[in-house]
Structures are given as structure tokens and as C-alpha cells.
Design a binder for this molecule. Structure first.
Ligand code: GLC
Ligand code: CA
Length: 554
């Protein structure tokens, strides 16, 4: 398999321009500020950025309500600033992905305004209407508890319009060829400005049938092939990273049997079960999820993540398991959201326990796929539960001990910086962690560097090695006659495990520790004995004896 599928072994970092760095002091992050931080990002070692929406927006859903797909919100700068930034990424060899939010527009988008006003407008058919209130209007909400229906009456249009998300986000009629053509045009526009692809928002809803009569919407998977084909005509290396929180048995529909649909998807199945495994110190749910999502075309890749900008959605777990994760990581009702998830940041969920944070990150980076890191998690940022819904985990990046964490010189940042408690910027910030060789930030940088040196994870086949205890997970990857082995102890107790490496020629191998000097050597034919401390982890390269000899030669 050719190596130039860059996303097979990338390290993606996601951020929101609004809360990253404010250069002009108006309290809102901007492209100039972000551009100044590119060297920081390159320094941690990330190879691609994913920007959340930055197009003009009334900002009722953090920018996921767009009024102009071909622009930059003036609060963040100009298109010129965007291009400078994109160029800055390219100069540093970093690829750029941007959010593509085309399931819906803002209700203030000129298309929707036209559509409401004039039944004869060409934009009328760009949205989804019903004269009467559809029977299923009170079902299918994405934000239960906050959103009351999926069909809302519009006085001007004298009809109901469909919205899978909030009522200010009318769904585009994505089956309409004109809408599809416009989606391609939007992609083409940003490709021309230098992006390497898109994180496609809400994919299952984009491709679902929409309409008043549709009770169980079917997915129009072939639509995805159309998007990807266009993308690759325009730009060979461009990809779509799909947000599709779907059951494993439909994964292959999204990737396409020959990888002709989406190149990447977030692995929500593994994500939820990873948290269940962390909550119970039992690796079995994670193993099961990894097996269920194992098959994918050779060119496709998973995006593996811990937390993102939304709630940690636990909707796929059964009720008992969900309650277990709630009890462990978000016991207060205020920490939970939409009846299905936890809205906190990772560090407070793990009580700021460095051992558990490292364990969680080590796991994420060694799961089959490409890791996606959320901004601020590299320094262990916290959340502000006073902020509504998902905003609690979207506070400004904490750069230093200067006022407002050095994010802005303005007294009114777009969202308040965290300034009290153990996660306040006085304690958790980049400047301090940069100077401390033992900080989480420097750990992250070292770990990312090593992750990039282990392409077996991105390209190889994984298998599990029996450890004799569900608390300890051992997985290996094989690729091009190279093998790596990862051991994770999910429990708070030290564990001794015996690992039998059974393949031919391995009986007498050495496990070379990639992160420290503590290698493991087994007696001839005997299993490796490894003692792993509480929440400990090991990254090994499986080496034959000739490796040892070579080392002593030099
Ligand atoms: C996706 C985004 C979420 C947004 C929603 C509507 O789920 O991740 O943040 O609210 O789509 O666009
Ligand atoms: Ca600004």
C-alpha cells in the first residue's frame, strides 16, 4: 500500500478560532492570533488542524449555524487573513481540515429568508416543508430536553419546516441536485484556498431522506461517493472525515466497500466503550468495540478521540453501563446533558489524576486509527459548568498567567476564561508547562513524537494478546514485518502479566521499551513477565535477538 495517504498516520488537533487566540484585543479569537500560535502547534508535533466553523454566523450554535458559506466571520478576520493562515500551515507542513456544515443553514441565511418569503423562489425547494404539521414532529430531536420538535411553523411561509437540530437550523433538502451542486461548490471554494479536506458535520442526517411522510429515513450512501469523487478530482490528497455516530454494522456503508465514500470517520463506538472501560477498569467493552469496528477498507481510517467539542455521547451503551460511566465521571445531573452524555472536559472527569490522563491518552494514541486531540486537553484544561450546555468545555485556551490567560487583552472574552479552582489559568497554562520538563504538555509532545514513529498503528493489523486479566489490555500491531506491542493497566492496582508471543521466531525476542529503558527479555520459550504499575502503560517494539546484538555492536 502506498504511503502517501497522509491521514492514515496523522495527528489531528481541533480548535475553534473564536476561543484560541485574540490578536486585536476585542475579546474574540481571530485568524491573526491563531496564525501566531502555529509554531506552538507545530512544536507539539500535530500534523493537521481541524477548525470548527468560522464562517459568518449569528453564533447561536457556536457557529454551526452558517449564513454565508463563502466567507469568514468578520469577528475572526478576513478571507485574506484566512489565506495567510492557510499558507502558514502549509509552510510548516501542517494540513488543514475545516468543518463542513451542510445538513442545515442558519435561519438567517439569505437562502432561507428567500425560501420563506416567496413560494416561487428557487430556494424554496432547498429546504424541507410541510403544509400540515407532520405526525412525527415531536420525535427525532438531536437535543432532547432543549429542542422541542423537528418541525416548526413559519408564519411567513405559512408552512412547517424541518430541522433535525435547533429550530434556528432549518435542514437543507440535500436530495435536491441543486443543493448537492452547491455543496460541491462550497468544497471547491475552500479547496482552492488551501484546505486538505473537511470534517463533515452530521453525516447520517445529511444523507438521510427528509420529508413529512418519512418515518424511518433511509440513508442515501451513494451521495457520499459523489462528494468524495469531486473532492479528489479537484485535489488528490483531500479527504472527508465524517461525523457519523452510527452502529458498527453500517460502518462499511459509510466507508464504501472499496473506500470510495468517506476516507475517515470518528470512531464513536470505541469512544463510548473506552470510557466504559476506564470507568470499570475492565478492557472487555473496549476490545469488543475494537473488534466490531475492525473491518474497514485499506485506504480508510478511523479518527480516535477522547473528548470533542460536544458532550461525551453515551447513547450506544445500555442503560446500566451508561449509569456506570455517569457515576464514575459525571455523577451530578449538572454534568450530564441531553439524557445521554457528559459535558465535562477530560481532566476533571479523571479528577486531574496525571496517571489516568496519561493512560487515557496513551490508549487513544495506540488505538487503530489517527488520534484527534482537542485543544486545551494537551495541558489538562478544565470546564466551567456554569456555562450552558456544551459551552462549559469550550472556554478560551489558557496560554499564561496574564489576565484572561493571555487569550485576550480585552476585559470581556467571548466566553469567560477559567480563573478559579485547580483548573484556573493561574495553575493550568501553556507558559508554565512549557518550562516544566515533567508537565503534561511536554509528556504529550514526547508521546506524539513517538506515535509518529510507529506507523504500524496507522497501517497495520491489530490483534489482542492474552494477559490473563481483563484489567490489563495488550494489543499488538504487525506491518511490513515489524511489530509493536502496547500494554495498558486500567486498574488502580499494580498488575503482573505474562505475555506469550507465539509467532515463529519470537520465542526468544526482546520487547524494547519505546518510552523508557525498561526493556523486557524472556527466557527461551517462556512468556514475558511484566509488572505494570497502577494505570501504567508500556509501548514496546517486538525485536528478534539480532536486534540486541546490533545494539551491543554500536
Ligand atoms: C454536530 C456538531 C455540533 C452541532 C451540530 C449541529 O453534531 O458537532 O456541535 O451542534 O452538529 O450542527
Ligand atoms: Ca479578535
Amino acid at each position: 500500500m502506498i504511503n502517501d495517504l497522509w491521514y492514515k498516520n496523522a495527528v489531528i488537533y481541533c480548535l475553534s478560532v473564536a476561543t484560541y487566540m485574540d490578536a486585536n484585543g476585542d475579546g474574540i479569537g481571530d485568524f491573526q492570533g491563531l496564525t501566531r500560535r502555529l509554531d506552538y502547534l507545530q512544536g507539539i508535533g500535530v500534523t493537521a488542524l481541524w477548525l470548527m466553523p468560522f464562517q459568518p454566523s449569528p453564533f447561536k450554535d457556536d457557529g454551526y449555524d452558517i449564513v454565508d458559506y463563502y466567507g469568514v466571520d468578520s469577528r475572526y478576520g478576513t478571507l485574506g487573513d484566512f489565506v495567510e493562515f492557510a499558507h502558514g500551515c502549509r509552510q510548516r507542513g501542517m494540513r488543514l481540515l475545516i468543518d463542513l456544515v451542510v445538513n442545515h443553514t442558519s435561519n438567517e441565511h439569505p437562502w432561507f429568508k428567500e425560501a420563506r418569503r416567496d413560494p416561487k423562489s428557487k430556494y424554496r425547494e432547498w429546504y424541507v416543508w410541510s403544509k400540515k404539521k407532520p405526525r412525527n414532529a415531536a420525535s427525532g430531536m438531536v437535543f432532547p430536553g432543549v429542542q422541542k420538535s423537528t418541525w416548526t411553523h413559519d408564519q411567513t411561509a405559512k408552512a412547517y419546516y424541518f430541522h433535525r437540530f435547533y429550530d434556528f437550523q432549518p435542514d437543507l433538502n440535500t436530495a435536491n441536485p441543486k443543493v448537492q451542486a452547491e455543496i460541491l461548490k462550497i468544497m471547491g471554494f475552500w479547496l482552492q484556498l488551501g484546505v486538505s479536506g473537511f470534517r463533515m458535520d452530521a453525516v447520517p442526517f445529511v444523507i438521510a431522506e427528509k420529508g413529512p411522510e418519512i418515518a424511518r429515513p433511509k440513508e442515501q450512501y451513494e451521495m457520499l461517493r459523489g462528494f468524495t469523487q469531486f473532492l479528489n478530482w479537484r485535489e488528490g490528497e483531500a479527504i472527508i472525515l465524517g461525523e457519523a455516530n452510527v452502529l458498527p454494522d453500517t460502518d462499511m456503508e459509510y466507508f464504501g466497500g472499496a473506500g470510495e465514500r468517506l476516507q475517515m470517520m470518528f470512531n464513536f463506538e470505541v469512544n463510548q466503550n473506552l470510557f466504559l472501560a476506564l470507568a470499570t477498569s475492565d478492557s472487555r467493552p473496549l476490545v469488543k468495540a475494537m473488534r466490531a469496528t475492525k473491518s474497514r477498507p485499506a485506504t480508510a481510517q478511523w479518527g480516535q478521540f477522547l473528548r470533542n467539542h460536544d458532550e461525551l455521547d453515551l447513547g450506544r451503551l445500555n442503560e446500566a453501563d451508561r449509569e456506570t460511566v455517569f457515576a464514575a465521571f459525571g455523577a451530578d445531573l449538572d454534568m450530564q446533558l441531553y439524557g445521554r452524555g457528559i459535558r465535562r472536559r477530560l481532566a476533571p472527569m479523571l479528577q486531574g489524576d496525571r496517571r489516568r490522563l496519561e493512560l487515557a491518552y496513551s490508549l487513544m494514541m495506540t488505538l487503530p486509527g489517527t488520534p484527534v486531540i482537542r485543544y486545551g486537553d494537551e495541558i489538562g484544561m478544565g470546564d466551567d459548568l456554569h456555562l450552558p450546555e456544551r459551552n462549559c468545555a469550550r472556554t478560551p485556551m489558557q496560554w499564561s498567567t496574564e489576565p484572561h490567560a493571555g487569550f485576550t487583552k480585552n476585559d470581556k472574552p467571548i466566553l469567560p476564561t477559567i480563573s478559579v479552582g485547580p483548573y484556573g489559568f493561574q495553575h493550568v497554562n501553556v507558559a508554565a508547562q512549557r518550562r516544566d520538563p515533567n508537565s503534561l504538555l511536554n509528556w504529550m509532545e514526547r508521546t506524539i513524537r513517538m506515535r509518529k514513529e510507529v506507523p504500524e498503528i496507522g497501517w497495520g493489523d491489530f490483534s489482542f494478546i492474552s494477559t490473563g486479566t481483563p484489567q490489563v489490555l495488550a494489543m499488538r500491531y504487525d506491518w511490513r514485518n515489524n511489530s509493536v506491542l502496547f500494554v495498558h493497566n486500567l486498574s488502580s492496582e499494580p498488575r503482573e502479566v505474562r505475555l506469550a508471543l507465539k509467532r515463529e521466531g519470537e520465542a526468544d525476542c526482546i520487547l524494547a521499551n519505546l518510552l523508557s529503558d525498561d526493556h523486557s527479555r524472556a527466557e527461551k520459550g517462556a512468556p514475558h513477565h511484566i509488572l505494570v504499575e497502577p494505570y501504567g502503560y508500556r509501548w514496546y517494539r517486538v525485536c528478534g535477538l539480532d536486534y540486541l546484538l546490533k545494539r551491543s555492536d554500536t
